[in-house]
Write a protein that binds this ligand. Structure first.
Ligand code: 3HC
Length: 291
């Protein structure tokens, strides 16, 4: 595999995490976010994370400094052209992703793999946007689904689209291993495996809360202590983002054409109220005092 520089599109929680993991594993990284504010936030978060790793004696200070120097923060997509492999981690919106992929395919070399960190959007549909620009490009489009927090979670779900080439899959599996992750393949169906199974569980927790089966803190404690969840499902929903949870449920309901995947009314109501979880300071639980 000849990947030295990894391009990351989107410097949010996931993109930032992917960039940091790549730099810590000795790849050069170009991380691009059109928002300069987000770019600065990402850089500050990296500095904090690296300092924490040194403080905890998990890495020497020199390694943290070297990792930091390997990351370039940019806000214009053109800089991504120097990448040998690109991971897109922008917002979960099909049109936004199609536009990004159509731009990427014009700017990078023809052998560069274009991966998306989508949690539920069809890889085949994203890949189709590249075919319109350059025929044959869908072969190098693939899903590379990381988990939050990226530096901690071991899994990368690798999703082959309808037209993804075998070589693209092989290189992506190899890269994921070089990032210290365990890649596991899945097929391009709504929610893949992880969110097909996880989101209905989270959605069910909202129904249980809505129906008064237990109050949120108790519901979460039951799942933590009784089922060994590191976080209860409602706390996890806040961590993921309630809007993301609702979006994934919509993808499942539409894609699998089955009403049993419809988002719980209470989940929808919280999203409508702007209670999105950790990122807005309040979701199921209130974080206003902890941040
Ligand atoms: N970035 C980097 N490292 C982090 C981190 C972050 N955002 N958050 C926590 N960590 C690391 C730190 O190394 C920390 O150790 P340190 O304090 O000594 O530095 C270590 O994790 C433990 O963290 P905490 O002591 O703060 O808290 P916990 O022990 O409760 O662990 C957790 C936090 C790792 C987030 C744990 O609760 C957990 O595993 N939760 C479940 C997460 C999960 O299920 N993620 C998947 C979500 S689904 C998804 O992403 C798919 C998408 O498509 C929806």
């Amino acid at each position: 595999m000849n990947v030295k520089t990894v391009g990351v599109v989107g410097a949010g929680q996931m993109g930032g995490g992917i960039a940091l993991v790549a730099a810590l594993n000795k790849f050069n990284v170009i991380v691009c976010d059109k928002s300069v504010e987000q770019q600065h936030k990402c850089e500050a978060d990296h500095k904090k994370r690296l300092a924490r790793e040194v403080e905890k004696q998990r890495i020497p200070a020199a390694d943290a400094e070297a990792a930091s120097k390997r990351i370039r923060y940019v806000h214009v997509m053109d800089f991504i052209k120097d990448s040998d492999f690109v991971v897109e981690a922008a917002v979960e919106n099909l049109q936004v992703k199609k536009d990004i992929f159509a731009s990427l395919v014009k700017m990078v070399r023809e052998d560069v793999i274009l991966a998306t960190n989508t949690s539920s959007i069809s890889i085949t549909e994203i890949a189709a946007a590249t075919e319109l620009v350059r025929k044959g490009s869908a072969a190098r489009v693939i899903g590379m689904h990381f988990f939050n927090p990226v530096p901690v979670m071991k899994l990368v779900e690798v999703i082959k689209g309808l037209q993804t080439a075998e070589g693209t899959t092989a290189t992506t599996l190899e890269l994921a291993k070089l990032l210290g992750k365990t890649p596991i393949p899945a097929n391009d169906r709504p929610g893949f495996v992880s969110n097909r199974v996880l989101m209905p569980l989270i959605n069910e927790a909202f129904y249980a809360w809505m129906e008064g089966v237990a109050e949120p803190a108790h519901l979460d404690e039951i799942m933590k202590l009784g089922c060994n969840f590191p976080m209860g499902p409602l706390r996890l929903a806040d961590f993921i983002g309630l809007d993301t949870c609702e979006h994934i449920m919509n993808v499942l309901a539409d894609g699998l054409n089955n009403d049993r995947y419809r988002a719980c009314p209470l989940l929808k109501q919280l999203v409508a109220a702007g209670r999105l979880g950790d990122k807005s300071g309040r979701g199921v639980f209130d974080y206003s005092q902890t941040k």
